[in-house]
Design a protein around this ligand. Structure first.
Ligand code: NZQ
Ligand code: ZN
Length: 390
């Protein structure tokens, strides 16, 4: 295995009633706070009022940017960056799901430069991210891990692109993870978020490099955790244990810990980002449809052992059978979990994704060249995987 650096600096307040620490944490970065949020769910759940109260009690000045969209647009980033510049903002407070936190990350970076925010994401420019304003987050949806990772993904409707970028300057300084803030997440978003967490783990678990046994066990444990608790949270939305397990799993699936120096590319994420770019679908839904097909496409004698490990250790498949059969059983059980247990739509046809876009989407998915993931994927491979999803 590769050598690696462990350095995950986000301070996490986990659990109920931690919001009393918000004012103290924000104050460390200055007085002028820009609160960012989405379409209003934080008002419905009473979190908005609680946040405003904390900010006022701490004697801080409050500014707001609302309306950040799912699959956040670069226009929201531009608007937020302008507020930061005009109002001399010291610290950003993102309250919401991955979309709000992602947009806030690029607002924080764009506030520190004179050029357009999209220059950070335009692959022909890739403007350096040399600094960013400090970010504090309050997570309301367990899915992306944006609360504790270096990544953010932004959509540009004009260019039909959805681009992700990682940079340590984008890491939240502090994140508040209170599972009760996710009690109101709908069964559908709970299912999609859980599929996203699973995919983040699978992208690392299925890779070309030698594995650290300890981390494989950790990943299998997290996969089993999501498989156990996502269905519980869907039928009992205020089950604290279920929501807490999903929340902590979402952060640890992508905060860099399980990667441990692995250099391989992710596969399903670039394929999915094109679905969201072209059709504005929910990220986790696209991943749920793609992942079992991608696994099927990559399965061969040279890779079968990893599938067997997955099937046996995650789904408890009997290890005594023939390897290929065990591998296929693992894929079948994962499909059943996504499409029967979580009730997600199982193919592109059902969600209106059409074959005429496959070529353009596949071309964009490998805009950086062949995806050197678990199995290298060129444009033609991606088109075949899309075909399998119909
Ligand atoms: O906008 P509001 O009103 O807040 O409603 C949201 C939104 O409609 C709602 N919601 C959030 N918390 C809620 C709630 N509804 C009721 N109660 C609550 N407590 O849920 C809807 C979806 O929210 P969104 O933030 O879009 O979901 P998610 O957290 O899944 O974020 C998805 C975005 O993150 C990107 C995705 O591509 C997508 O754009 N990703 C970010 C990653 C990262 N930063 O590392 C990695 C991921 O792989 C992913 O690509
Ligand atoms: Zn994801």
């Amino acid at each position: 295995m590769n050598k690696f650096v462990y350095d995950i600096p986000t301070k996490v307040y986990f659990g109920k009633d931690q919001i009393g620490n918000l004012g103290k944490e924000l104050s460390k970065f200055g007085k002028r706070v820009l609160l960012t949020y989405g379409g209003g769910s934080i008002k419905k759940i009473g979190l908005y009022d609680a946040v405003v109260e904390q900010i006022k009690e701490a004697g801080l000045e409050l500014f707001e940017l609302s309306g950040i969209e799912p699959n956040p647009r670069v226009d929201s980033v531009r608007e937020g960056a302008q507020i930061c510049k005009d109002q001399n903002i010291d610290v950003l407070l993102a309250v919401g799901g991955g979309s709000t936190i992602d947009a806030t990350k690029f607002i924080a970076a764009a506030a520190c430069v004179d050029h357009d925010a999209w220059d950070f994401l335009d692959t022909s420019k890739w403007a350096p991210i040399e600094k960013a304003l400090p970010i504090v987050s309050i997570l309301t949806l367990s899915a992306t891990g944006s609360e504790m990772d270096t990544a953010a993904v932004i959509s540009n409707l004009e260019t039909k692109e959805k681009i992700g970028r990682m940079d340590r300057n984008l890491l939240p300084k502090v994140s508040f993870l209170d599972p009760t803030n996710t009690f109101t997440v709908s069964p559908y978003q709970t299912a999609c978020g859980s599929a996203d967490i699973i995919s983040h783990i699978m992208e690392v678990y299925f890779n070309q490099e030698n594995d650290l046994y300890m981390l494989d066990c950790f990943m299998e444990g997290m996969l089993k955790t999501v498989i156990k608790y996502a269905p519980v949270a869907m039928v009992e939305p205020d089950n604290y244990e279920a929501r807490a397990n999903l929340m902590w799993a979402s952060s640890w699936a992508i905060n860099g810990f399980i990667t441990a120096g692995k250099r391989h590319a992710w596969s399903c994420h670039p394929m999915e980002h094109e679905l969201s770019a072209f059709y504005d679908i929910t990220h986790g839904l696209g991943l749920a449809i793609l992942t079992p097909r991608w696994m099927e496409y990559c399965l061969d004698e040279s890779r079968v052992d990893k599938y067997v490990q997955f099937a046996v250790n995650v789904f408890g498949v009997d290890p005594s059978g023939e390897k290929m059969e065990i591998a296929k059983k693992g894929i079948e059980l994962l499909s059943k979990f996504f499409f029967e247990t979580l009730g997600l739509k199982s193919n592109f046809t059902e969600i209106g994704i059409k074959p005429e876009d496959f070529s353009a989407m596949a071309k964009q998915a490998c805009r950086g060249g062949v995806i050197e993931g678990f199995k290298p994927l060129a444009q033609a491979d991606i088109e075949k995987i899309y075909q399998m999803c119909l």
